[in-house]
Design a protein around this ligand. Sequence first.
Ligand code: AMP
Length: 207
Amino acid sequence: MTAAAADSARFLIVGPQGSGKGTQGVLVAEAFGVPQIATGDIFRANVAEGTELGKRVQAIIEAGDLVSDELTSELVRDRLRQPDAASGFLLDGYPRNRSQVEHLDEFLAGRDEHLDAVLELVVPRDESISRLRHRALEQGRTDDTEEVIANRLAIYERETAPILDVYRPRDIVVPIDGVGTLAEVTSRIFAALASRGLVPRHPGAAA
Ligand code: AMP
């Protein structure tokens, strides 16, 4: 059977900081022709532009803590209502805890939508830490200091990893070994999605 191009592509990518989910998420989103919606990027852009939202969240982000569920969920709901997200999206960095999962479930159910796949990038802790240290040197992000990295990974393990337990019974979690070159991990992702009948509309972008 040849899988048809997916007519809806609603994805979530989950993985510890430094797992490469931002980079891989962009590639998946491009291939499926859907917007990548990364809450961390949206917050950082607001901080950089000095918006009201940016001023409210700056200190929280710099400490590596989580912005409130209400504020984050409202931001995501507004973004998902934009026309470009009508037939699909790739969420990166949201939901990040069980309460945000409930918010998202409620929002999607109200539109008769559901997630098609939750991509779980599996990367051991030591590997994430060494990649984050490397990124700190390259990009100089204010939340990539040693102390903040440790806080963000602890929050990931305590609050974010458990959301996979909510999604697993729905049979939408797709675990991906995240150790390897960028291209190796990318091809694992597309192979795993294809085995579930999720085939990009723009396969060229997946190469
Ligand atoms: P990220 O780039 O995804 O690691 O996000 C950077 C920072 O933005 C996080 O450390 C949080 O302070 C904030 N943030 C991003 N997404 C969320 C979310 N879903 N809930 C709460 N805070 C978030």
